[in-house]
Ligand binder design. Structure first.
Ligand code: F6R
Ligand code: ZN
Length: 192
């Protein structure tokens, strides 16, 4: 059967799509080793397996020419001084970009490329963020009480490389500060 155009409504105020193909839940336990303060991680884990972020995927074939999209919701919270965040990844096909549109909340996107450039872009409602090809990306919720909600869209053939980030981490971390948040160098960042 040939494809036909479709549209999807978002439920307000949650921004959860009325129709989606997959709902992913990422909890604290799936993020071991990703936060700097391992003691704080253990302490938080002893209180339960906090829900850190969720993704509602609108699926399409994972082939060139298609676009994959969905809604990402990062919940507020901290592990030690570090805000809740996504795992973050490079695209397996490095030369593929992504666009994020912020619908709700406050946060930042941490980005870096294999050449060692880094970038931290604020996410506030109405902001469109372009993640160029080659840049790993991780969203961070810096709001104290509200979810960070973004719409994302990227090429069907992009794929996800989580392994590089699991091994090395991101060069920059986002931590709490009197000004809201600040970025610091990741002392655990590994080369190679
Ligand atoms: C897809 C993409 C987003 C993220 C989502 C969750 O390429 O960047 O859909 O997948 O924000 O983050 P990760 O995938 O890093 O767990
Ligand atoms: Zn991506």
């Amino acid at each position: 059967m040939p494809d036909i155009p479709f549209s999807i409504d978002l439920a307000f105020p949650t921004c959860i799509p009325h129709k989606y193909d997959r709902h992913l839940e990422r909890r604290l336990s799936s993020m071991e080793g990703m936060f700097l303060d391992t003691q704080a991680f253990k302490e938080l884990q002893s209180k339960g397996d906090s829900l850190m972020y969720e993704v509602y995927e609108i699926h399409r074939p994972e082939i060139p020419g298609e676009l994959l999209s969905g809604i990402s919701i990062v919940h507020p919270g901290k592990v030690g001084n570090e805000f809740f965040m996504t795992k973050g990844h490079f695209h397996s096909v490095l030369e593929t970009a992504e666009i994020y549109y912020c619908l709700k909340g406050e946060g930042v996107m941490i980005m870096e490329n294999p050449e060692g450039d880094t970038s931290i872009e604020p996410l506030v409602p109405g902001k469109i963020l372009y993640v160029p090809p080659r840049w790993a990306h991780r969203s961070v919720c810096t709001g104290r009480q509200n979810d960070l909600v973004t719409f994302f869209i990227y090429p069907g053939n992009a794929g996800h490389d989580y392994g590089t980030i699991i091994k090395r981490g991101f060069r920059k971390l986002i931590v709490d500060s009197t000004d809201g948040y600040k970025s610091i160098d990741n002392p655990n960042w590994k080369t190679g």
